[in-house]
Ligand binder design. Structure first.
Ligand SMILES: Cc1cc2nc3c(=O)[nH]c(=O)nc-3n(C[C@H](O)[C@H](O)[C@H](O)COP(=O)(O)OP(=O)(O)OC[C@H]3O[C@@H](n4cnc5c(N)ncnc54)[C@H](O)[C@@H]3O)c2cc1C
Ligand code: FES
Length: 286
């Protein structure tokens, strides 16, 4: 039987043979290697991944089929960006917050179960060769989305200053990844350092020290607006990873549209296929 590049049957990691097809997205069954709580709200999920899934780029996401956490059914997949890409061991890692039925169902997966995922999806972060010092600023689940920027920076010899905003130190996720490629500045609600005025001061200092060739942000509207304003004032390019409730994750349903402003004109764009990473100056926030 001739193999199809994209069939109804999912690719089963460890069993299926890679198919020589030109479509980069596939549905994959990935064995769960480990699945641990990192704090009271977040779980860290590691799965074996297929060659196509391993081609994921920082900022791209997978649409995960979550088991139902109860007797009901769960119809829609849930988007999760990849947190770490472990190509040598052919594994992908996700870091996610348990917030509702989908993520609480996802949390029930055990070692040896299969995670059904579709992807990689969307447009990820980019890094221009002339950017040698970048600033990453995130909060909440946005910290998970920005985790792989540390790998992008490491692979390109770029130094990162990561400002991780969180309620308390245990929620400043990704600090270990960013410590490998630069400096980590946790800004916390618990000691008041997460106040926008304080983050504003940190960013202005980094700009003055020429440590801000580009800005990257995710997870907080207030912090995004701050970076956008400073980026505009100082001519610093920026990228923002947007979140939006999704259905198909592939483009046709238009559930995920947000408004952007391009050359003074308002534009609707789909977060799943036009993003989730967008030009910071074109994003209007939420
Ligand atoms: C591209 C993308 C990447 C993402 N990456 C991550 C990640 O790495 N880690 C992580 O923890 N979460 C991530 N999210 C958010 C994640 O998809 C939602 O938390 C999840 O879908 C919630 O599903 P649920 O059924 O558990 O909760 P629901 O019952 O559907 O919702 C619970 C609460 O979460 C809100 N919510 C639901 N979906 C989203 C969404 N897409 N964005 C924002 N709020 C939402 C709802 O409005 C509600 O308040 C990402 C979202 C997108 C769009
Ligand atoms: S989720 Fe369907 S178009 Fe984006």
């Amino acid at each position: 039987m001739q193999a199809e590049p994209f069939t109804a049957a999912p690719f089963v990691v460890g069993k299926s043979q890679p198919v020589d097809g030109h479509i980069p997205i596939e549905e994959t069954l990935c064995p769960v290697i480990s699945h641990e709580w990192v704090n009271a709200e977040y779980k860290h999920l590691i799965v074996d991944a297929s060659p196509k899934a391993l081609a994921v780029r920082p900022g791209q996401f997978f649409n995960l089929l979550c088991p139902a956490p109860d007797a009901g059914e769960l119809w829609l997949r849930r988007p999760q960006s990849v947190y770490r890409i472990d190509r040598p061991n052919e594994r992908l890692e996700f870091l996610y917050k348990c917030v509702g039925r989908g993520t609480n169902g996802l949390a029930t997966l055990k070692h040896g179960d299969n995670l059904n995922m579709v992807g990689p999806l969307g447009i990820g972060f980019t890094l221009k060769p002339e950017w040698k010092n970048i600033v990453v600023l995130g909060r909440g689940v946005g910290l998970a989305t920005m985790g792989p920027i540390s790998q992008l920076a490491g692979d390109n010899g770029v130094k990162v200053t990561a400002i991780l905003s969180a309620r308390s130190r245990e929620f400043a996720l990704g600090a270990n990844l960013f410590a490998e490629v630069g400096d980590v500045i946790p800004v916390l609600d618990s000691d008041g350092s997460s106040a926008v005025e304080n983050v504003d001061g940190i960013l202005k200092r980094l700009i003055a020290e020429k440590r801000a060739d580009a800005f990257y942000t995710c997870g907080s509207n207030r912090l995004m607006q701050l970076m956008k304003r400073l980026g505009m004032e100082h001519g610093i390019p920026g990228q923002v990873a947007m979140e939006q409730v999704m259905a198909c994750g592939l483009g046709p349903c238009y559930v995920c549209v947000r408004t952007f402003e391009v050359d003074g004109k308002k534009e609707l764009r789909r977060v799943c296929i036009d993003g989730p990473v967008f030009d910071l100056q074109e994003a209007l926030g939420w």
